[in-house]
Design a protein around this ligand. Sequence first.
Ligand code: FAD
Length: 460
Amino acid sequence: MIANPAITINGAGPVGALLALMLAKRGYAIDLFESRPDSRKTNIYQGKSINLALSDRGWKALNAVGIDEEIRQQAIPMYCRVMHDTEGNLTKQHYGNNNQAIWSVSRAGINEQLMTLAEQQNNVSLYFSHRLTQHDFETNTALYVDGKNHVKQHQTDLLFGADGAFSKVRRLMQELPRQRISYSLEYMPQSYIELTIPAGENGEHLMEKNALHIWPRKDFMLIALPNADGSFTCTLFMDHQGENSFSALTEHETVAAFFQQHFADALPLLDNPIEEFLAKAPSPLCLVHVYPWLVNDQVALIGDAAHAMVPFYGQGMNCGFEDCRVLCELLDSFQGDWQQTLMAYQQERKENGDAIIELAKRNFIEMSDFAGDERFLLRKKIEARFHQRYPDLWIPLYSMVTFSPNIPYKTALEIGDIQAKIMDEIMHIENIEQCWQDESVMTTLYDMSRDRIPLIKQEV
Ligand code: FAD
């Protein structure tokens, strides 16, 4: 590949926009194509505020281009989970130590901020309403259809597919006869719809603002993240088929009874939940594995296009941002040698992508079922106490994933599995509910962990 390639990024979602910004700051000329119109000029989100949890991996990537503080001004810290039981009782569980928080950001807001910042670089050209339809991998020439149905050819040196879970770049790669691309897309049993809790009369939040609210109901759950305007965006995850499912609940009365039975405390706060439930088409959740991520050292996948996951760890965008940061760090260390950079990027990120896909899939049970379970909460308390005592020996899995950007997802998964086995044994100690604060429990935990868990110097 030539030394200073012209780079095209397909997809100006959060990952494509951040990648454009990072590469432009390194002096590359970037063409960024997006199939949708410019959301800053057209109201394509129609006032809907979908929000996401941004955590330390995301912040580290944003910090690498010096825009973390700008983004933070629009973000709301969530220091804890608040679990709502069916009686309306609340249980609080802090996410980590020292005021550690995950941050609620508007998806459209952060995407638009990133696009604006990318556009301010004079070496970035943004093309909205341009949908990739074909790509010739021999000549690296793409065909785009624009908003007026005109077909345009676009030749590039290096193409990134940052076009999301149903990536067109990836689908075109798969059609190549000699590339032997392994691929799987797995639909989860759950789908989701978004609901809203509007702000109070004076623009205030009607539930605790600095928290992620969960109504865990085992096979389904409702969650709510705060927005800056006083509202909460809620997401109801439930099975697509089956007894309590989107397919089964189709009548006004049964839906009303369902909300009354399971979400009684949320019901008076939600904006038209029954009508919204009946009117909205649930969106599917899927996870994607693909390998390789590269074709001819000229086309590469990034973000959801490479590793779409379910949202139960709040890591999809964070992981995509981490892809961008790692790619650019590799590019710096290989002094602009793209061939070596892309190979190393694929090697490092593929295994970490697989690990977080797995962790995210497992976390549905933790959120929807265990989050309301007393023994589970006790387990978390014991872990938190032990972590305080031995911070380098035991970092809870959630903290490794969410607050420890220097620990690769793959390592977090491996250590988390060892920790789970150890904690299973601890929870079998007789009368653990009564004796969990005894020194002997800490000592047993220490003896069990010392040889089995690699020491990690925590850098937060
Ligand atoms: P996308 O956001 O999908 O962007 C891809 C872009 O490519 C889009 O703008 C699309 O229009 C464009 N495009 C597609 N096809 C073409 C084409 N043919 N030509 C040109 N452009 C094209 N992540 C978190 O980190 N934290 C969370 O709390 C979190 N919560 C989530 C909750 C839900 C319900 C869901 C569904 C996801 C959640 N995620 C979360 C995941 C997060 O939304 C994604 O990981 C993130 O949006 C991926 O960014 P991306 O830029 O790779 O892809």
